[in-house]
Design a protein around this ligand. Structure first.
Ligand code: GLU
Length: 504
């Protein structure tokens, strides 16, 4: 069956990375079935509206490679797809519910609602309280008519008692709720806007949605949604529900929050987000150097498993392999190291030309000259050591400037009389070399060592200290080929001048 699915975010701030996962699972099902991926913007709560959030959502999805077939930014047969532009539709349907006796007008003020709630613990607006409240069921008809004319009102769902609501969730299994436990949810607010519940159900119905795939936090709303389908007489067209497991913090239990991410130093938003109120900027996965392919692979496995040991999936492979039946019920721990592991994999899969582009971008930013040829050489020696594109610049520092200091521990252990004699001999030889290659560097170094009666391997650490200041780094012979004979000799000369051999 061709699935018609929708991603229906509210533009209340930056899209959380969990939202990208929700969008992804919808997208995978749409593509797998040859169906349709819809983007609907649920912006009926004017108090929570944040400017820029909608653009941010669109840009995030585009970056992640989640294409929209129908909806905001694309258009389609059910336009408009922004709920704030559909209020007449909701008003009509709300009226229809009132006329069929499934909804009613309520006039209670905030204070009256507060008083009701404080009278009895856990009190809610429902069959046990609605008669004491001010609404079209409790007030005489003339009074209701007068209040409708003059004042502000809301429309509430009339939840009938004694109904059993059974929800077959693809992921959670069967969920049963008695209607007596549900409150008379507000459907239309006094500002003429629908609430999430009403707009969400009407649009899913009108847009012929086949599967509602969304975060677990929306599960508590589902029984009301089922009731609405029943009261509208749309039960046969009801979409199938799939409530995705929560994303959990990496350590301990509980839902992953922005605070956890900040505390542990990883992003939680796909792209940089600048809070329009505070001006604070939160870093995104993109700006942190994550590749879309890595983020997609990582998110796909956060809650879904293929039933095999395969871990690496391209988007195409995910489209083939994905199924809602293999989405786990249990929350998924957000392990950022796994995301880094994927990033490393996808980064290393790129050709050197593209990796060199990353390095050149950084050198330009830093106002450092670097030829394309040099960049290609550098990424070739560093490619197995990087996790993020910007690592080429950080790890590649040694190719642009001589070490500003030498690791004292390394010096005290490996800067020996034997090694320095080798380095002196090598410096002479290498300074004369034009167009130094790695092979040539190696043979010159071996010759220098043997001229001093020293095994080349035992002088390598000192060579590395002289060239890089420390004990670890990329292949030394290739490093020298990139530095060239003159620069290599000059670094050796400097180190031999400033570092002294222990005991001498
Ligand atoms: N507007 C809700 C949100 O922000 C949509 C929930 C749903 O998908 O039904 O996530």
């Amino acid at each position: 069956m061709k699935a018609r699915v929708r991603f229906a975010p509210s533009p209340t701030g930056a899209l959380h990375i969990g939202g990208v996962r929700t969008a992804l699972y919808n997208f995978l099902l749409a593509r797998q079935t040859g169906g349709t991926m819809i983007l609907r913007i649920e912006d009926t709560d004017q108090n929570r509206y944040v400017p820029g959030a909608e653009e941010y959502i669109l840009e995030s999805l585009a970056w992640a490679g989640i294409q929209i077939d129908e909806g905001v930014g694309v258009g389609g047969p059910h336009a408009p797809y922004r709920q704030s532009e559909r209020r007449e539709i909701y008003q009509q349907f709300a009226k229809q519910l009132v006329e069929s006796g499934h909804a009613y007008f309520a006039f209670d003020t905030e204070e009256e609602l507060e008083a009701m709630r404080s009278q009895t613990p856990n009190a809610q607006y429902d069959g046990s309280t609605r008669r004491q409240m001010r609404n079209s069921l409790s007030l005489p008809a003339e009074e209701t008519a007068r209040l409708l004319e003059s004042g502000s009102y809301v429309i509430r769902l009339l939840v009938e008692p004694g109904e059993e609501i059974i929800l077959q969730d693809i992921i959670r299994g069967e969920v049963r709720v008695q209607s007596s436990q549900l409150d008379d949810k507000v459907l239309m607010k006094s500002d003429g806007m629908p609430t999430y519940h009403l707009a969400n159900v009407i649009d899913d119905y009108l847009m012929r949605i086949t599967h509602v795939i969304r975060g677990e936090e929306w599960l508590p709303s589902a029984p009301h949604h089922v009731l609405l389908y029943r009261y509208f007489g749309w039960e046969k067209e009801m979409p199938r529900f799939a409530h995705l497991p929560l994303l959990l913090k990496p350590d301990g239990n509980g839902k992953l929050s922005k605070r956890d991410a900040d505390r542990m130093g990883f992003p939680i938003f796909p792209l940089n987000w600048r809070d329009p109120k505070s001006g604070d900027v939160s870093k995104g996965f993109r700006e942190n150097g994550y590749l879309p392919a890595a983020v997609i692979n990582f998110l796909a496995l956060l809650g879904w498993n293929p039933g095999t040991t395969q871990e690496l999936f391209s988007m195409e492979e995910l489209i083939q392999a994905f199924s809602l039946d293999r989405v786990n019920k249990a929350g998924a721990k957000f392990d950022i190291h796994k995301a880094q592991w994927f990033n490393q994999h996808y980064l290393r899969a790129l050709p050197n030309e593209q990796l060199a582009g990353f390095l050149l971008e950084e050198t330009r930013k830093a106002n450092v000259t670097c030829t394309e040829e040099k960049a290609l050489q550098i990424v070739a020696v560093l490619r197995e050591r990087v996790t993020f594109p910007q690592d080429f610049w950080h790890l590649g520092q040694l190719f642009f400037s001589p070490p500003s200091q030498f690791d004292p521990e390394a010096v005290s252990k490996r800067w020996t009389a034997d090694s320095t004699r080798v380095l002196v001999a090598f410096q002479k030889a290498v300074s004369e070399s034009k167009g130094l290659t790695a092979e040539e560097a190696k043979s010159l170094f071996e010759a220098a060592a043997s001229s001093q009666g020293v095994k080349p391997g035992s002088a390598l650490a000192a060579l590395r200290i002289a060239l890089t200041g420390g004990m670890s780094g990329p292949d030394l012979m290739q490093t020298m080929a990139i530095l060239g004979g003159a620069e290599t000799a000059s670094r050796l000369h400097h180190a031999l001048g400033v570092l002294s051999v222990k005991g001498s």
